[in-house]
Design a protein around this ligand. Structure first.
Ligand SMILES: Nc1ncnc2c1ncn2[C@@H]1O[C@H](COP(=O)(O)OP(=O)(O)OP(=O)(O)O)[C@@H](O)[C@H]1O
Ligand SMILES: [Mg+2]
Length: 370
């Protein structure tokens, strides 16, 4: 879909992008990452011809971008940047409408598109359409930036640190929301970030750059488990094993969980506890409400007395979670085994820390051997 072939950009006799080649497939999210000044923004801007390369070729769907008029090209490529670049004197609606207006869409179609996009990025059209950029929080402005980039439904999105200027919590939320949007829209995306965790979480493939050159282009899993050289190894850092956990879904590792119903007799609970140190307790609808430790059973006469109630938010994960989320819950709750529930709190199973120990050890061994 997007193909960069030996691209070089020279400024003042210095190649800031040097012999750089990259292929991004249709529907794929490629994340460009590397030290400040390594040439990420320059590379991105050559794709929509905001900057012309000194040499090399760029193809979109096998068409040489040099042969497409820059303004036409830019209408088919959404572009979002860190400081968002919203026009300050225009409302949110007018900002989103810029490209559709250039394309001379009908008024009604534009209005519908604005509403649709605001809903897509999680903002109420009634409340936000007529606001001005200075009336938005950083995270809201960033979401409007994404909505604007998507306005004319371009097949390609170029994003230069789109979630860069917000606090970590808002950032995670924006990432999740954007991943959900991407699941639906399947755009071909090149996204620049400084944040390796963001790259690992979002990317289908990560391109690591250094001094204008491509050092490694690979899946997050391979970047973490098989760093190509010392530079990548150091860039990824010593907690590679932990970072890798955020790419691994828990579904394969869920074991069945011993549980009792809160209406069970103490005999039945004692029986259930014979084989395990503790059991989970569910209500009549099989929703998780707590656990019982075997040690406490002899001192209690009813389930109610023995029950340690739980707050699902604090100790349970849902099926879509990653092993990284599991680990952070284990660390904050002090439990080596935590329950897995569905969104409504129904107990599905449990997951044990031994899985995480095994997988971390595997990824560490892998690098030491290779
Ligand atoms: N118009 C220009 N004239 C001269 N040098 C430039 C120009 N634009 C960029 N550079 C230089 O090219 C190099 C690459 O810049 P670029 O903006 O692509 O880096 P980057 O990887 O996006 O960095 P950052 O992570 O800080 O955004 C830098 O050393 C920069 O100083
Ligand atoms: Mg940059």
């Amino acid at each position: 879909m997007i193909s960069l072939n030996k691209i070089t950009k020279v400024y003042n006799d210095k190649a800031v992008v040097n012999n750089f080649s990259l292929e991004v497939d249709r529907g794929e999210m490629c994340v460009l990452i590397g030290p400040s000044g390594c040439g990420k923004t320059t590379t991105l801007r050559m794709i929509n011809r905001m900057i012309e390369p000194t040499s090399g070729e760029i193809f979109i769907d096998s068409r040489d971008v040099k042969k497409i008029k820059p303004d036409l090209l830019r209408r088919s490529i959404g572009y979002a940047i860190q400081m968002v670049g919203l026009f300050p004197h225009m409302t949110v609606a007018a900002n989103i409408a810029v490209v559709p207006q250039l394309l001379r869409w009908e008024k009604k179609k534009i209005k519908n598109r604005i509403d649709e996009l605001l809903i897509l990025v999680g903002l109420s059209p009634a409340e936000y359409s007529s606001k001005y950029p200075y009336q938005l929080s950083g995270g809201e402005a960033q979401r409007i930036g994404v909505a604007r980039a998507l306005a004319a439904n371009p097949p390609i999105l170029l994003m230069d640190e789109p979630f860069g200027a917000v606090d970590p919590l808002t950032r995670t939320k924006l990432q999740t929301q954007f991943l959900n949007i991407q699941k639906e829209l399947h755009k071909t995306i090149i996204l620049i970030t400084h944040d390796l965790d963001e790259a690992i979480r979002m990317a289908d493939r990560i391109a690591i750059m250094k001094d204008g050159e491509l050092v490694q282009y690979d899946t997050p899993e391979n970047i973490l488990s098989r760093p190509y050289n010392q530079f990548v190894y150091k860039f990824v850092g010593t907690d590679r094993a932990l970072k890798r956990l955020s790419r691994i879904n828990i579904s394969k590792f869920i074991k069945s969980a011993p549980s009792v119903d809160e209406d069970f007799s103490m005999d039945k609970v004692n029986q259930a506890c014979e084989k395990c140190r503790w059991v989970w307790v569910t209500d009549s609808k099989h929703r998780l409400i707590g656990w019982i430790d075997r040690k406490i059973l002899s001192q209690t006469t009813s389930i109610k007395e023995a029950l340690v109630p739980v707050s699902l938010d604090e100790i349970a994960v849902t099926e879509g979670a990653s092993l990284k989320e599991v680990l952070s819950i284990m660390l904050s709750s002090g439990l080596r085994t935590i329950p897995v529930t569905d969104k409504k709190g129904f107990l599905i199973g449990e997951i044990d820390m031994s899985i995480i120990e095994r997988i971390s050890a595997e990824s560490i061994n892998h690098y030491e051997k290779s």
